[in-house]
Write a protein that binds this ligand. Sequence first.
Ligand code: SF4
Length: 417
Amino acid sequence: MAQLDVQQKLEILADAAKYDASCSSSGTSKRNSRDGKGVGSTDGGMGICHAYAPDGRCISLLKILLTNSCIFDCHYCINRKSSNVRRARFTAEEVVRLTLSFYKRNYIEGLFLSSGIIRSSNYTMEQIVEVARSLREDHHFRGYIHLKTIPDADPELVHQAGLYADRVSINVELPTASGLKRLAPEKSDVRIASAMGEMKTAIVDTADASKRYKSAPKFAPAGQSTQMIVGADAATDGDIVRKASTLYDRFGMRRVYYSAFSPIPDASAILPLQRPPLMREHRLYQSDWLIRFYDYSTADVVAAADDATGMLPLDIDPKLAWALKFRGSFPVDVNRAPREMLLRVPGLGVKAVDNILTARRWRKLHLADVARLTASITKVRPFLIAEDWRPVALSDRADLTSVVMAKPKPKQMELFG
Ligand code: SF4
């Protein structure tokens, strides 16, 4: 490997990390250094704000790889062994220095560190842990740390990562075991699941212990997350939604991130030539929210997909797709319906529904009252009954989709275009 200075390494290793979407910094415990001890804070006390790209990705972390060299050969990965990208490698000490200097200049709120696998999974994991250890113990760094862990590494090393990090993540990579076997043959869905299971146990146990003992060590207080690549294999949206639900239920994931596969330079011949529409990734995030915040079951979201292809529509959101497919469940009476049915009304968000529930305790709601709570009453009207409104024939119209989608839709920007 040619001798590179830190600036050159940073260019290569920050660029190589951009394919990882799982870097949100939400949900950790609050720490700061206002008492003069240590450096950094997780709560924006130093004027650092969370910043998100338009598609929701967090952009205020120093997001880098320790190295983009790798002994594995996952077909979808630009850093795979057989790729001829320019390689670079940081030492643990260099990452520590960079993190501290960026932090002190207020550029970042923390560190997201991932790595290709060098020498062995254990060796790589040791290096990752050393970065976090040094930041926390040598420099009393109290900012946010998200470590990507390696499922094949010794569980004790992975456990150590959780003791230093706010969040840990293990990428599930692909929604199906067959997809993983085909595109990442050196990885094992069984080992990934086992590492996630151990992580969950440690998170639950230490959270429980810290309720009872103030001095109990913290373990990944922001929980664990994972990422799935969308569009690199034949998995349908239905497969992806089912897999995500299993990950939430079985391993207590805080977040499942979806990353639309982007064709890479020098791509493997078994990969698709075309990237999936970024809108597909967006629809999957919307379906994720329906399950997490709108009381939809996995089966409900899967039912919103096309029966023949198993894919969610791209031109309308999955909530509207479900409502159009199951019109018999509508219209919903805004003055009487339970919360879970109001949450099914396209155009009504969680906050709007809670405001409706509060307001209707005092008086009957008219359509104008609902209009004040939503961005688009056009979208809501066909699915709602109010004191002065009943959508008689509207919800049966064959062209209902175009009625509720009256305005031209904004176009999603390409992240790496
Ligand atoms: S192990 Fe990670 S870095 Fe290495 S080729 Fe696979 S996805 Fe890429």
